[in-house]
Design a binder for this molecule. Structure first.
Ligand SMILES: [Fe+2]
Length: 255
């Protein structure tokens, strides 16, 4: 109790608009059935990811101590992640308004939901759950360049006020953090959490079911998307430096 309370208090002291959304994760409350759902989700994704996820994701997965057979304890994840890149996986109550979300990214705290999907929705949940957030997102935060990029993205967006600028930056997030692809070892690899955590969509993309374009900042900023539909076009970067640089360029063009 002492440590958990001080973690929450420390986070609350650092944040202003996001503070009301912070919660504790009570790891002991997860049931054996929920750990079994996590284990099944992980075992369904891992064979494909071993072959088709980028190497930074697979390294990050090990570095932050994710377990295949039990749900992650976010304090333990953060304890391994924070010394590497300064990022934490911070429990929140649910969907955050944009300003709270950006404030947390700027502080290197990834807003992380603690609920887990039920057995009825193994493939898709309309809102992110802990599988999407931790399995899908957090391993990439162990990579120094990606870690810098994501903080920088949060800081830039936190300063924007024009809704059109925010919509364009939302597209940059979507086509990198959520659905990003990278060329590695002569192949297309996945790093976006929406692909990492969704077997159906990832399989479709790897099978050539969507157009893959070279990453281009202007193209991405102008590319509309539907969150509830399969993606028609995605963008592949050559390196994570490319999205870090693109984010800085975007700042100069917007606002
Ligand atoms: Fe996500």
């Amino acid at each position: 109790m002492g440590i958990a309370t001080s973690n929450l208090t420390l986070a609350q002291e650092k944040l202003r608009v996001a503070a009301p959304y912070l919660i504790e994760q009570t790891w002991a409350d997860y049931t054996p059935q929920q750990h079994a759902i996590w284990a099944e989700l992980v075992s369904r994704r891992m064979p494909q990811l071993q072959e088709h996820a980028c190497r930074e994701y697979l390294e990050g997965f090990k570095q932050i101590g994710l377990q295949e057979n039990q749900l992650p304890d976010l304090k333990a994840v953060s304890a391994l992640l924070q010394p590497r890149t300064g990022w934490q996986s911070t429990p929140v109550s649910g969907f955050l308004p944009a300003d709270a979300f950006f404030e947390m990214l700027a502080a290197r705290m990834f807003p992380t939901t603690t609920w887990l999907r039920s057995r009825d929705s193994m493939e898709y949940t309309p809102e992110p759950d802990i599988f999407h957030d931790v399995f899908g997102h957090v391993p990439m935060h162990a990579h120094p360049v990606f870690a810098d990029f994501l903080e920088s993205y949060g800081k830039i967006c936190a300063r924007l006020t024009d809704p059109q600028d925010l919509e364009r930056m939302g597209r940059l997030f979507w086509f990198t953090v959520e659905f990003g692809l990278i060329r590695q070892d002569g192949a297309i690899k996945v790093y976006g959490s929406g692909l990492i955590s969704s077997h159906g969509e990832c399989t479709r993309v790897l099978a050539g079911g969507c157009e893959v374009k070279d990453f281009n900042l202007d193209a991405v900023l102008n590319q509309e998307f539907q969150t509830s539909e399969m993606q028609a076009v995605l963008y592949a970067v050559e390196s994570f430096d490319q999205i870090y640089e693109a984010t800085k360029q975007a700042e100069q063009r917007l606002g």
